[in-house]
Ligand binder design. Structure first.
Ligand code: NAD
Ligand code: DAU
Length: 333
C-alpha cells in the first residue's frame, strides 16, 4: 500500500505522516510538498529516517511533475492536505489561494483518474459553511448545511469541494471529503492564534487579539483529526462528506487568557487590535455522522491538549525559533 500525503511538511499533514508511519509501518508514505513558507523540512526530520518514507518537493499545480510521480509510485490512496491555509494572507493576496487550493486539487484528481487509485481524500474545512451567530448555541454545522463562504480562503476551499463532488459524479472518482474545525497541537505554524500567542507570550510581546476577542472557534487536537481521516480513507463511504469536530467551542479571548495563565504571563500583554475583515463569528461542528457511521470520537480533552501543546512549544523552542529567524527555509535533510 502506498499513501500520498500532499502538504505533509505543514501542520496537519506532518502530524498525519507520523500517525501513518506509527500505525502502519509496513505501508509506504510519499509526502509531496512545495515547501512554501508554511512547509518545514525540520518537521519531517524523524520521518525521513523511516525506510518507508519518501519526500518529494513538488507543486501540486505542476501537472507534469505530479503525473510523473503517480506513474512512478502508483499510489493507492491520496490525501490532499496541500493548501494555502491562512485566512489573513488570503485577504492580502487571494490569487495563490485560488491556484493551489482549486487548480492544484484538479491536477491531483486528474492524475488519480489517469492512473487509478482506491481513494482520493480532500481535507476541507468547516469554514466552507460560513459562520453561525453568537447567540444561537443550538445551531451547528451539519454536512447538509449550505456552503456559504466569507474569505477568499474559504471560497477557494469551497470551490475545491464542489470540484471534488463534480469529479465524483461525472467521472465516478472514488473520493471523500472531510470538513474539520480548528486544529491545535505540535508543529502548528506560529502565525495561527494558539502558537502565535504562545511564542509571543514567551517573548513578553504584545498579544494581538482581533476586535473584542468574542469570536468563537471549535478546537480539536490534531491527533484526533488524523485518526478521523485514517478512518475515512479506509472505511468511509465513497462520495461522502464527513464533518469532524469535538464540541469544544471557545472564545478567542478565553484561549489567550488561558495561555497567559499557563505560562505565568500577565494579561496586560493582551492588546486589542483592528478586527479581521469579514471575520467569521462562530464555528461549531456537529460530528454525529462520523460518530454513527465510523465510530469516531475525539480522545483528547481540550484541558489536556492545550497543556501538552504549550509544553511542546516549551520543549521545542529550536523548532519555532528557526521559523522566526527564517533559517527553516534553507534546511535540507
Ligand atoms: P499549513 O499551512 O500548515 O500547511 C500547508 C502545507 O501545504 C505546507 O507544507 C505547504 O508547503 C504545502 N503547500 C502549499 N501550497 C502547495 C502546493 N501548491 N503544492 C504542494 N504543497 C503545497 O496548513 P494546515 O493547517 O496543516 O492545513 C492542512 C489542510 O487542512 C489544508 O487543506 C486546510 O485547508 C485544512 N484544514 C486546516 C485546519 C486548521 O485548523 N489548520 C482545519 C481544518 C482544515
Ligand atoms: O476552522 C478551520 C480553519 O481554522 C482552517 O480552515 C484554517 O486553515 C485555519 O487557519 C483556521 O482558521 P482561523 O481563521 O479560525 O484560524 P486563526 O488561527 O487564523 O484564527 C483563529 C481566531 O483567532 C480567529 O477568530 C482570528 C483570531 N486571531 C487570529 C490571529 C492570527 C486573533 O484574534 N489574533 C491573531 O493574531
Amino acid at each position: 500500500m502506498t499513501v500520498f500525503v500532499t502538504g505533509g511538511a505543514g501542520f496537519i499533514g506532518s502530524n498525519f505522516v507520523y500517525h501513518q508511519l506509527g500505525k502502519y509501518p509496513q505501508e509506504r508514505v510519499v509526502c509531496i510538498d512545495k515547501l512554501t513558507y508554511a512547509g518545514n523540512m525540520r518537521t519531517l526530520q524523524k520521518a525521513s529516517e523511516h525506510d518507508n518514507f519518501r519526500f518529494v518537493k513538488a507543486d501540486i499545480c505542476d501537472r507534469n511533475a505530479i503525473f510523473e510521480l503517480f506513474k512512478e509510485e502508483k499510489p493507492d490512496i491520496v490525501v490532499n492536505f496541500a493548501a494555502e491555509s491562512h485566512v489573513d494572507r488570503s485577504i492580502e493576496e487571494p490569487e495563490v489561494f485560488l491556484t493551489t487550493n482549486i487548480l492544484g486539487t484538479q491536477v491531483l484528481m486528474d492524475a488519480c483518474r489517469e492512473y487509478g487509485i482506491k481513494r482520493f481524500h480532500q481535507v476541507s474545512t468547516d469554514e466552507v459553511y460560513g459562520d453561525l451567530p453568537l447567540n444561537r448555541p443550538d445551531l451547528m454545522f451539519t454536512e447538509k448545511t449550505p456552503i456559504h463562504t466569507s474569505s477568499p480562503y474559504s471560497a477557494s476551499k469551497a470551490a475545491a469541494d464542489l470540484l471534488v463532488q463534480a469529479y465524483i459524479r461525472t467521472f465516478k472518482l472514488p473520493a471523500t471529503i472531510s470538513r474539520c474545525s480548528n486544529n491545535y497541537g505540535p508543529f502548528h505554524f506560529p502565525e495561527k492564534l494558539i502558537p502565535l500567542m504562545i511564542t509571543k507570550a514567551l517573548a513578553d510581546k504584545a498579544l494581538p487579539v482581533y476586535g473584542k476577542g468574542v469570536n468563537v472557534r471549535d478546537w480539536l487536537y490534531v491527533e484526533d483529526h488524523c485518526k478521523a481521516i485514517d478512518m475515512i480513507i479506509r472505511d468511509g463511504k465513497e462520495g461522502e462528506v464527513y464533518n469532524i469536530g469535538g464540541h469544544n467551542e471557545m472564545a478567542n479571548i478565553d484561549i489567550v487568557k488561558l495561555i497567559c495563565t499557563e505560562l505565568g504571563k500577565p494579561e496586560s500583554l493582551i492588546t486589542y487590535v483592528e478586527d479581521r475583515k469579514g471575520h467569521d463569528l462562530r464555528y461549531a461542528i456537529d460530528p454525529t455522522k462520523i460518530h454513527n457511521e465510523l465510530g469516531w470520537l475525539p480522545e483528547t480533552r481540550f484541558a489536556d491538549g492545550i497543556k501538552s501543546t504549550i509544553q511542546w512549544y516549551l520543549d521545542n523552542r529550536a523548532w519555532w525559533e528557526e521559523i522566526l529567524s527564517g533559517e527553516y527555509r534553507s534546511i535540507e535533510l
